[in-house]
Design a protein around this ligand. Structure first.
Ligand code: MG
Length: 108
C-alpha cells in the first residue's frame, strides 16, 4: 500500500466514522514538517504523518511530532501496517463511530 492509498482509505474511514479530516496535499510554501493529516472528533484531535511502510520521517517532521507530543497532543505516524486496526481504534478514541473491517472487500 502506498502513502496515497493509505490516505484514501483513511479519508474514507474518517468520513464513515463522522470525523473531520484535513490533509495537506502540497506543503511547498508552508512551514516544513507539519503533520500532513489532522483528524478532529468530538473527543479529541489526531495529528498524523502518513508514510509508506518504509517512508522515513524528515528531521522537521520528527521535530513537529516530538513538540506536539510534548505539548500533550496526540501526534504520531500512520503507516500501511496500521490499517485498519490501529487507525479504527484511534478514530473511535476521539469519538468516531466504531468501524468494522470487511476482509472480503479488501481481497477483491
Ligand atoms: Mg506524509
Amino acid at each position: 500500500m502506498t502513502e496515497a492509498q493509505l490516505l484514501a482509505v483513511v479519508r474514507d474511514a474518517c468520513k464513515w466514522s463522522g470525523l473531520l479530516v484535513y490533509h495537506t496535499f502540497d506543503s511547498r510554501r508552508s512551514e516544513r514538517g507539519f503533520p500532513d493529516t489532522v483528524v478532529c472528533g468530538p473527543r479529541g484531535v489526531l495529528y498524523r504523518e502518513l508514510k509508506s511502510e518504509r517512508g522515513r520521517l524528515t528531521a522537521d517532521q520528527q521535530t513537529w511530532l516530538d513538540r506536539l507530543t510534548q505539548a500533550g497532543v496526540d501526534a504520531s505516524v500512520w503507516r500501511p501496517d496500521d490499517w485498519p486496526s490501529r487507525v479504527f481504534a484511534e478514530l473511535h478514541g476521539i469519538g468516531g463511530r466504531r468501524l468494522l473491517y470487511d476482509d472480503r472487500r479488501a481481497a477483491s
